[in-house]
Design a protein around this ligand. Structure first.
Ligand code: ZN
Length: 297
């Protein structure tokens, strides 16, 4: 098994004409996996390459640049960040050094200068060494965008939609209409239960409704395989979030204890989905707390 540790060259999977993605491992970030746990997208236009998300370490980003160089001689002109979570952004400095312009939603600015972000990087330098070290830094965007905007590169149109605050305040999704591809960051989980965390599920549901209207053919999520059942996946994530809210709303209003409300809920529609056991109870609990706050307002 020793040779299994030797990293294979980063592999780009085809998504659509001129569109590729690198798929991270389904795992938590560790030194063993180089923090390769999230996906990155690659869109080759006539003039340049646009990358969506920067992967979880500068070394991985270098590998992505090398993989791109194997499919096209064109430079990477832009990196669009879907959200500033460590596993999606620690590679940014490599793209910056390669001359790319970094684009992200301004909702991330407060996080970037926060104590949380600093402490997270300090922890990552210990947990993810040597992939994250003293040389790894947080890279702000060169261009902060507000609401929704469009970018044109090499005749290709990129629709950037602010979909937050949902998974994070700065959630940005990227649609490439001519190729029918939606890069959805962590808003869509393909064929599995999402991790809801502290997300604003009401806003998240609204965002998913808007994405369904874009009618993408393919969704490249922030984690896991791409989906050719794009609308169906958007719908499952949406219905699950709506069901959590519906199931917990009465309990939060009537101050029914969480355990009681959880036990009284019929979960049969979702319990066959991957990660149900790992995520559902915590998702329901977080939703219960969120609804308690909403009720209290
Ligand atoms: Zn993520």
């Amino acid at each position: 098994m020793a040779h299994a540790m030797a990293a294979e060259p980063l592999h780009l999977q085809p998504v659509a004409e001129g569109v590729w993605f690198a798929q991270g491992e389904a795992a938590l970030g560790s030194s063993a996996n180089r923090n390769f746990i999230s996906n990155a997208g690659v869109v080759v236009t006539c003039d340049a390459v646009v990358v969506i998300d920067a992967l979880g370490s500068p070394a991985l980003a270098q590998e992505l640049l090398a993989a791109i160089a194997r499919i096209t001689p064109l430079p990477v002109s832009h990196v669009i960040v879907t959200h500033y979570h460590a596993d999606h952004i620690y590679g940014l400095q490599a793209f910056k050094e390669a001359g790319a312009v970094i684009i992200a939603h301004e909702g991330a600015r407060a996080y970037l200068t926060s104590e949380n972000a600093r402490l997270r990087l300090v922890a990552s330098r210990a947990e993810l060494f040597p992939w994250i070290d003293e040389q790894t830094r947080l890279v702000p965007a060169d261009r902060w965008v507000g609401d929704s905007t469009e970018l044109e590169v090499g005749g290709e149109r990129f629709v950037l939609r602010h979909a937050g605050p949902a998974h994070t305040p700065e959630d940005l999704v990227v649609m490439v209409p001519s190729r029918g591809v939606l890069f959805a960051g962590d808003l869509v989980f393909s064929g599995r239960i999402p991790f809801v965390g502290q997300a604003d599920s009401s806003r998240w549901i609204q965002s998913l409704d808007e994405l369904i209207k874009l009618a993408p053919k393919v969704v490249v999520p922030g984690h896991g395989p791409l989906s050719n059942e794009a609308v169906q996946d958007l719908q499952i994530t949406r219905d699950y979030l709506a069901y959590l809210r519906q199931a917990m709303a009465g309990a939060a209003r009537e101050m029914t204890p969480f355990d009681e409300a959880y036990a009284a809920t019929d979960w049969s529609r979702f319990e066959g989905l991957p990660l149900f056991k790992a995520a559902n109870r915590m998702n329901a609990y977080n939703t219960y707390l969120l609804l308690e706050q909403e009720v209290g307002k």
